[in-house]
Design a protein around this ligand. Structure first.
Ligand code: ASP
Length: 451
């Protein structure tokens, strides 16, 4: 069956579909996932996460596994925690009336915990068990990620070996479930990606099987133009490019693991973020580039609080060769990375994370005095940064002007401006107390006034 994905004009034959933890947290969620997969026969390769939270105070199975293993590693009794994990899976099996027993797997895992098989091994069992369960529920083959996803001796992902093995292995299966989050090392031990890493497995798989689309199913209908904790009911982003997404994720918009972008991007495969609880919603399409005009001049606004600015002033600093390098050297020596570095005539500002800087403050001040002999150094804390991102900004005159007049109208004092050379983003520094007012003002001028 071929299916036309009209919005981006792609003909779909194979989709890789990844379901996040909340999409597979209970039997009720499994039923939704089953319906989604059965509704479209191109959804052939499925990557599950471990069962996530069923309600906000619940604990993810991955976290239960870490806690349980930490007890085991200290030689303490872990049976109660272990049984609680078993109960999470058993509840799903019972409610789905599946003829499946995971007893054997649980015995192997218990032995692994006693034998101190490692934290990664422990955490990976969440996806492993959920993969077996989902494969049984769908009637799909189960392919253990340990046999197809590889890391090298240094713990880096081994793309060559993985893609080769995945292609060979999956050629034999029309449909399969491959658990997310982990793979194996050359010595056969298990290693996981960082938290949220099932997104990466899905992306690797999509590129290995030359999928036409990578669907990433979660509990939101894609990316929103602004943070819903600040803006009530913000509009959804329909199409976003990888570059725009990178800018927004860096500033705190999190739906997808950042490392999940690379494999599909390299293969030119779009990602569609979809909502398991609202499967009819179109979600957000992430693409390499698009001729589609964005609905609004801006694609999104994201922001973060908790920054400090170190303002350094010295007469004629421009004439001093190596001034900037000597400033940054002080930060580097103290293990502090900088976020931005706007400069003016005789002034240079270094923006850093407040929490990191706080512990090294006096060493850095002393180091700066020694290294560059400034006239003054002044420190401002409680700064928020806002990133206004959009491919549409390049071709639209007056974007910056509109942003700053909106902020002035809202009585927000702008402390810093930094426009990326790509013209894809403008970063604005404001006081933390102005953070939400600033975000609202920018959202209003570009979205509400344009609707
Ligand atoms: N289960 C893992 C985690 O909680 C990986 C994932 O969900 O993608 O981080």
């Amino acid at each position: 069956m071929h299916q036309k994905l009209s919005r981006i004009g792609v003909t779909v034959v194979v989709k890789v579909v990844k379901f996040g933890g909340s999409s597979l947290a209970s039997a009720e969620q499994f039923i939704k996932v089953g319906n989604i997969i059965r509704a479209d026969e191109t959804r052939r390769y499925v990557v599950p996460s471990a069962p996530g939270k069923r309600f906000s105070a619940d604990t993810k199975v991955t976290d239960m596994l870490y806690q349980c293993y930490d007890l085991a590693a200290k030689g303490k009794d872990f049976s109660a925690e272990f049984e609680a994990i078993r109960a999470r899976y058993q509840e799903i099996i019972t409610e789905l009336s599946l003829h499946l027993s995971l007893d054997e797997q649980f015995e192997t895992i218990r032995a692994g915990f006693i034998g101190k098989a490692g934290r990664d091994y422990a955490a990976s069992r969440g996806e492993y068990l959920n993969g077996i369960l989902l494969a049984a529920y769908l009637g799909y083959a189960f392919v253990d990620a340990a046999d197809v996803i590889f890391f090298n001796e240094n713990g880096a992902y081994d793309a060559r070996k993985t893609v080769h093995t995945l292609r060979d292995t999956l050629a034999a299966y029309e449909r399969a479930v491959i658990p997310g989050f982990y793979g194996s090392m050359p010595n056969d031990t298990i290693k996981t990606f960082s938290r949220g890493g099932s997104d990466i497995t899905g992306s690797i798989l999509a590129s290995a099987v030359n999928a036409d689309l990578y669907e990433n199913w979660t509990d939101v209908s894609g990316f929103l133009i602004a943070d819903p904790r600040v803006i009530e009911n913000p509009e959804r982003i329909r199409v976003i490019t990888y570059k725009e997404l990178r800018e927004l994720s860096y500033m705190g918009a999190t739906v997808l693991h950042e490392d999940a972008i690379f494999p599909v991007r390299k293969a030119g495969i779009p990602i569609n973020i979809k909502n398991t609880n609202e499967p009819e919603d179109e979600g957000t399409m992430i693409v390499e580039s698009t001729s589609q005009k964005p609905l609004f001049t801006i694609t999104g606004i994201a922001g973060k609080t908790g920054f400090t600015v170190v303002n350094i002033e010295k007469d004629m600093m421009n004439a001093e060769l190596g001034f900037g390098r000597r400033v940054l050297e002080v930060f580097e020596k103290n293990g502090i990375s900088f976020e931005h570095m706007p400069s003016g005539i005789d002034t240079m500002s270094v923006i850093v994370h407040q929490s990191e800087f706080g512990t090294k403050e006096q060493e850095i001040l002393a180091g700066l005095h020694r290294n560059v002999h400034p006239d003054t150094i002044d420190i401002e804390t409680d700064l928020a940064l806002l990133a206004v991102v959009g491919r549409g900004m390049k071709s639209t005159r007056g974007t910056a002007g509109r942003i700053f007049s909106a902020l002035a109208h809202a009585h927000v004092n702008v402390k810093m401006i930094d426009q990326g050379s790509s013209e894809l983003n403008i970063i604005i520094g404001v006081s933390e107390s102005d953070f939400s007012t600033a975000m609202k003002a920018i959202y209003d001028i570009f979205v509400i006034h344009q609707l």
